[in-house]
Design a protein around this ligand. Structure first.
Ligand SMILES: NC(=O)c1ccc[n+]([C@@H]2O[C@H](COP(=O)([O-])OP(=O)(O)OC[C@H]3O[C@@H](n4cnc5c(N)ncnc54)[C@H](OP(=O)(O)O)[C@@H]3O)[C@@H](O)[C@H]2O)c1
Length: 393
């Protein structure tokens, strides 16, 4: 029987690559719902090609435009709108798999709705897990959801761990690889002058703007460190970061006996996406084979924490626990957007995040509403930092 897929963030980089993989296997997968934020024309094209039962836009005006357009061309896709509709298609009994490909904390509620409905959840939206942490993992356990990470690093670790990624028996440490981003090897002076255009040009991956900037500051690796700790129940001290510029070794697991298992492949997100869709089976993803005979030497080096303080801030937030992940993430989302909008220099991103973490020390939380109100508070403070001190950073 074919699997029915809800795709959150359908118009984004993860969304489009998921649809590429799905299109290779029409007998296995059927698109149930496609969801996005405002870009209704892009979603309209996807609706024509993949004929979902529902198209969801969070923005009501964009949804109205899509509804009119699809009605005019006789499409039978029904258009829904608003945040609650994102949750409804994620928890619907008519869907089997939810791909969480929304960027940022905006993905928290629909991703949790899928988890609470016990779906197979393919998690690209690392921010959802960083913000909600223990609450998210508790919901996975309570509702029997099947959580498979799509981040190439976490998907690699998932594949290298025994028993479908669940057992920690004999595991000594996890090694998360990092490309180092576009500014690896830059001096402090050069880093102070980098432009948005340079930050968006990742050497190995073609991704959305927010994660591209996160890769440039190394905050992406920091978020991944927190994500890995929650996903695999590993203490922060058991997760090391290794810069590996070729992005061929996607991550590694070291065992007590000294064995190191690595997952390798060309840098192509369709590989972890296909793995998540078909696990424990394997299907074609469209990715090309890794050609070992033409590979250049593989390099591994330490990350420079003084030039890229976001990684240190994330490690500290993970150690602090509680609300610190949400504060880190919220401040980072605001700072990255301010950088993209030309209101903050590149080095202002870690400064803004650090100031917000200092202002809002970690507290415990027991509900989603509680942590989302911390998220709001952190955003407000980070915005204030950008306005009042943005020019000094
Ligand atoms: N791209 C990668 O290779 C990659 C790799 C690993 C992990 N990830 C993670 O995957 C997630 C998505 O990344 P991406 O690169 O695919 O981002 P992206 O290209 O910017 O796409 C973001 C998607 O989310 C939708 N969206 C944004 N804000 C929303 C909101 N408030 N409500 C509903 N939908 C919203 C966008 O819709 P509109 O188009 O309408 O704005 C778009 O479909 C991120 O968490 C990222 O860290 C990405």
């Amino acid at each position: 029987m074919s699997q029915r897929i809800t795709l959150l963030g359908a118009t984004g980089s993860i969304g489009l690559q998921t649809l590429d993989v799905i299109a290779l296997h029409p007998e296995r997968y059927q698109v149930f719902a496609l969801a996005a934020f405002t870009r209704w024309q892009a979603l309209a094209e996807l609706c024509l090609r993949h004929r979902p039962r529902y198209a969801v836009l969070r923005d009501p005006q964009a949804a109205a435009a899509l509804r009119n357009h699809l009605a005019a061309i006789g499409s039978d896709t029904e258009v829904l709108e608003g945040e609650r509709a994102l949750e409804e298609v994620s928890e619907s009994p008519e869907t089997d798999v939810v791909v969480a490909g929304i960027v940022g904390a905006a993905g928290v509620r629909p991703t949790l709705a899928a988890v609470r409905a016990g779906k197979r959840v393919l998690l690209a939206n690392k921010e959802a897990l960083v913000v909600t942490g223990a609450l998210f993992m508790q919901a996975v356990n309570d509702h029997g959801a099947e959580l498979i990470p799509l981040d190439s690093e976490h998907n690699a670790i998932f594949q290298c761990l025994p028993q479908e990624g669940r057992s920690r028996q004999g595991v000594r440490r996890l090694l998360l690889t990092a490309s180092g981003g576009p500014f690896r090897g830059y001096s402090a002076e050069a880093l102070a002058r980098v432009t948005v255009e340079q930050a968006l040009k990742h050497p190995n991956w073609d991704m959305g703007p927010k994660i591209s900037v996160d890769s440039a500051t190394l905050m992406n690796k920091g978020l991944e460190l927190i994500e890995a700790s929650w996903l695999f129940s590993m203490d922060e001290s058991q997760i090391d970061i290794v810069v590996h510029p070729q992005s061929v070794v996607h991550s590694m697991v070291e065992y007590e006996d000294g064995s190191v298992l690595a997952q390798m492949g060309t840098p192509d997100m369709r590989t972890p996406i296909a793995c998540g869709l078909s696990w424990p089976q394997r299907i074609a993803s469209g990715a090309t084979s890794l050609d070992f005979l033409t590979l250049s030497a593989l390099q591994f080096e330490a990350a420079n924490l003084s030039l890229f303080p976001c990684l240190r801030l994330a490690r500290e937030a993970l150690r602090a626990g509680g609300s610190a992940g949400a504060v880190l993430n919220a401040a980072n989302e605001i700072a990255v957007q301010a950088f993209l909008d030309g209101q903050l220099a590149f080095n202002g991103i870690p400064s803004c995040v650090e100031a917000t973490l200092t202002h809002l020390p970690a507290t415990g939380f027991t509900s989603l509403d509680e942590i989302m109100s911390v998220d709001e508070e952190a955003r407000a403070y980070a915005r204030q930092q950008v306005t009042s001190r943005g020019a000094q950073y």
